[in-house]
Design a protein around this ligand. Structure first.
Ligand SMILES: Nc1nc2c(ncn2[C@@H]2O[C@H](COP(=O)(O)OP(=O)(O)OP(=O)(O)O)[C@@H](O)[C@H]2O)c(=O)[nH]1
Ligand SMILES: [Mg+2]
Length: 451
């Protein structure tokens, strides 16, 4: 790789706030000279590659900002593939801000979000799927998410993609050979080899697509909205599921006004639970706003739990709310099961789960119901993925299907080759080996600064 950025970038690589350690990271051609100046210039012994050196970090006027460890990674053996220096001082927001200011005064430029990882990608240190996995690892909210992202970062997903891509290129070469020779030269065996290859590849991509869908679902997490009439126990149920008293519960209908959010982890999947204002004709402006927010959020739910009161049974108001719900997965939750011997009659075509938020009865069934309704991938998720990867695999599969449809005797072999080429491009866009400029900005802009 001969890729070298002209400028040297700098960022505070540790999270904002106070902490034991705070790291300033520099990458680019001037990283060493700027870091050397910060460490006291020529008066101090120069930094040896990959050695931890204790240094005082200076301002230009000679005053000392902090002290700590300086680490120098010569190109290309660094995170970005460029010259990188890390100054590891104390996690003091003010000292780090001063160091950053000094580095900029010495010629570095403040890095954009994700720019270190973008350079790592451009220098071939990471492929795109791995770079995305870094962001997913940083943002992981459950063990399962973090493990899946780490597997992607290790290359589990990229290796599977590369393996199939190699086979696809071989098949493409075979199909292109058919363009140069007539049918008689190559014979039936050639056609059969292409047909067999297509079949095999479609099977492999369908399998990878399924895993990527699970990986993307895990990385995205779930969102469940609790809705229903006032006083049916939505807030009580949220508290019971979250195992903490976050929402106010009273016997007064119309208690909840704002949307309240709690996060729970279901079988490794982080799920956002949203409690809403009871749906009815509002009695005041505050409640009316709460109800408007409740109705809005229903459109962004992966699963709606329509909570109803088992002690009153299904009411006309419940029916009206049900009719108004947006399309999408939903469950009826009969709450207050402790007040009745058996759950009431559920409207036809609906799936119901009966619980008591007060006694905890039925909550285990509700947990399993949520896992099933959200399609939680659980431990069967070998790597993390994103919507972009799923779309690329779907596109690849579609092109292979098109190639198979066109590879009958008498068909135009050019079209088969063209579809195979497009399938290969779609697959390669996952790791970024071809045609990636347009998606780069989109991916790296989601990083945090300093990564
Ligand atoms: N017996 C019994 N009472 C419950 C249960 N769940 C909630 N309640 C009671 O029902 C009343 C309303 O509970 P909330 O959780 O505030 O109901 P809500 O649906 O959030 O009400 P709004 O916020 O007004 O829409 C309170 O008095 C709760 O103690 C339950 O499982 N059994
Ligand atoms: Mg409430």
């Amino acid at each position: 790789m001969d890729y070298q950025q002209g400028d040297t970038i700098v960022a505070i690589a540790t999270p904002p706030g106070e902490g034991g350690v705070g790291i300033l990271r520099l990458s680019g051609p001037e990283a060493l000279s700027i870091a050397t100046a910060l460490c006291g210039g020529s008066k101090v012994k120069s930094l040896a590659p990959r050695h931890a050196h204790f240094r005082r970090f200076h301002a230009r006027d000679g005053s000392i900002i902090d002290h700590g460890i300086a680490l120098y990674f010569p190109a290309p053996h660094s995170y970005t593939g460029e010259t990188v220096v890390e100054l590891q001082g104390h996690g003091s927001p003010l000292a780090l801000a001063s160091l950053l200011t000094e580095a900029i005064a010495l010629g570095a430029r403040a890095a954009r979000a994700g720019e270190f990882s973008e350079r790592a990608f451009l220098n071939g240190r990471l492929d795109l799927a791995q770079a995305e996995a870094i962001a997913d690892l940083i943002h992981a909210r459950s063990d399962a998410q973090a493990r899946a992202a780490a597997a992607s970062l290790e290359g589990a997903f990229s290796q599977a993609v590369d393996g199939i891509h190699g086979q696809l290129l071989q098949l493409l070469a075979l199909a292109e050979a058919g363009l140069d020779f007539s049918e008689e030269d190559l014979g039936d065996a050639h056609e059969q080899a292409i047909a067999d290859g297509l079949m095999r590849l479609e099977g492999q991509i369908a399998h990878l697509l399924k895993q990527a869908q699970q990986g993307a679902r895990l990385a995205r997490g779930g969102r469940v909205v609790l809705a229903g009439r006032p006083n049916v126990g939505k807030s009580s149920l949220m508290n019971a599921l979250a195992q903490r008293e976050s929402a106010i519960v009273t016997a007064i209908p119309g208690t909840t006004r704002d949307l309240l959010r709690e996060e729970i982890v279901l079988d490794g999947l982080p799920v956002e639970l949203i409690d809403t204002a009871g749906l009815r004709a509002a009695t005041d402006a505050v409640e009316a706003e709460g109800i408007a927010r409740a109705r809005n959020i229903l459109h962004n739910a992966q699963l709606i739990l329509l909570v109803a009161d088992a002690s009153t049974g299904w009411q006309a108001e419940d029916e009206a709310i049900l009719r108004d719900l947006p399309e999408g997965p939903r469950r009826i939750i009969w709450n207050k099961l402790d007040l009745v011997p058996v759950p009431p009659f559920t409207p036809a075509g609906e799936v119901a789960i009966a619980v008591s938020a007060q006694t905890g009865e039925g909550l285990d069934v509700l947990h399993r119901g949520l896992i099933e309704a959200l399609g939680v991938p659980g431990d069967s998720c070998p790597f993390s993925a994103r919507r972009r990867h799923v779309e690329a695999l779907e596109n690849c599969l579609h092109q292979l299907g098109a190639a198979r449809g066109m590879s009958q005797p008498g068909d135009v072999p050019e079209l088969v080759a063209q579809s195979l080429r497009e399938a290969a491009v779609a697959l390669a866009s996952i790791t970024g080996r071809m045609d990636v400029e347009d998606i780069l900005g989109e991916i790296f802009s989601r990083f945090c600064i300093g990564k």
